[in-house]
Design a protein around this ligand. Structure first.
Ligand code: ZN
Length: 303
């Protein structure tokens, strides 16, 4: 009898937990994946949400696997916001299973598929590096704010205000980026990086973009890839190529060597933030700071 009573009590408590959308402190318990998504939720939710980001600075989302600690964070969350379009390739199964009985939201799903860059490599059939188009980031900001407001109506107008402020900052960023890029002659807009994270960026700002490892870091670059790319660098007289913070730099160094062995000197123009932001607490640890830093680094090195 005692056992049955205990079981009943547990069940009531558990059902109670499932039905509540907020924690005891009144804050939505949010889990995010990439540092870009974490930064966005920080800007909109501020101190009215409780936020845990799974991936840190320098972490590659294509290869990231959930640890045991992550699984308990995920199952304890009121909502999980992730990027989607199979960016988080090794987490997709976990999210899809969770999605059947809990709240997981792939933010990139809000974008019009007709406008996205297609890719055979990803199971989504689209290039998932959508944060390099500021317009898309604004759409995702709107979608996130809407979803937060639905889950937490008491703070909906607070989220809305934060969104308005953030969209203004994104407008200013867009303007600044266009002005900076305008100083780089069009024929010098060739962006060679470790993997193909910058296709949306290239499309928007008129860069030819070539990633040594293709769209995902899960595929290694072959000898032929290195040779072909070395030839392109020489043909186009590209001044600099770029390391990425979330990809080991040996691939780009190998490319630099291949170019040098043919008598042409190409510089390493710096480290770009592609699939992860910089360290938390720094300028580059925010989406806006990361974007500005990348553009300044690219333009400075290619001039
Ligand atoms: Zn990537």
């Amino acid at each position: 009898m005692k056992n049955r009573l205990l079981f009943f009590l547990c069940l009531v408590v558990c059902i109670g937990c499932k039905n509540s959308t907020k924690r005891n402190d009144g804050k939505l318990n949010i889990v995010t994946t990439t540092t870009m998504i974490t930064d966005l939720v920080k800007n909109i939710g501020r101190d009215s949400v409780s936020l845990q980001g799974l991936m840190g600075s320098g972490v590659d989302p294509h290869l990231y696997k959930a640890s045991e600690g992550d699984v308990s964070k995920l199952t304890g969350a009121d909502v999980v916001f992730y990027s989607g379009l199979h960016l988080e390739g090794k987490l997709v199964d976990v999210f899809e299973k969770m999605g059947r009985y809990s709240n997981t939201i792939a933010l990139a799903e809000v974008l019009d598929k007709g406008s996205l860059i297609g890719s055979e490599y990803f199971a989504s059939n689209f290039d998932p590096h959508i944060w390099f188009n500021i317009e898309y980031w604004k759409q995702i900001t709107n979608y996130l704010t809407e979803e937060l407001g639905k889950m937490d109506p008491d703070n909906a107008s607070f989220y809305e205000d934060n969104k308005e402020q953030y969209l203004k900052k994104l407008d200013a960023l867009e303007e600044e980026v266009r002005q900076t890029i305008a100083t780089l002659p069009e024929e010098k807009r060739v962006l060679v990086t470790a993997h193909d994270a910058f296709n949306y960026f290239g499309k928007e700002y008129g860069f030819e973009v070539v990633g040594l490892q293709g769209l995902s870091t899960a595929t290694e670059a072959g000898v032929q890839d290195v040779q072909n790319l070395a030839q392109l660098i020489i043909d186009k007289q590209v001044k600099a190529i770029f390391v990425e913070s979330s990809v080991p730099k040996r691939t780009i160094e190998a490319l630099q060597q291949a170019v040098k062995s043919q008598g042409y000197d190409v510089q390493i123009g710096g480290t770009l933030y592609s699939d992860a932001l910089g360290s938390s607490g720094t300028e580059e640890g925010t989406y806006i700071g990361m974007f500005r830093y990348n553009v300044n680094t690219i333009v400075e090195a290619l001039k």
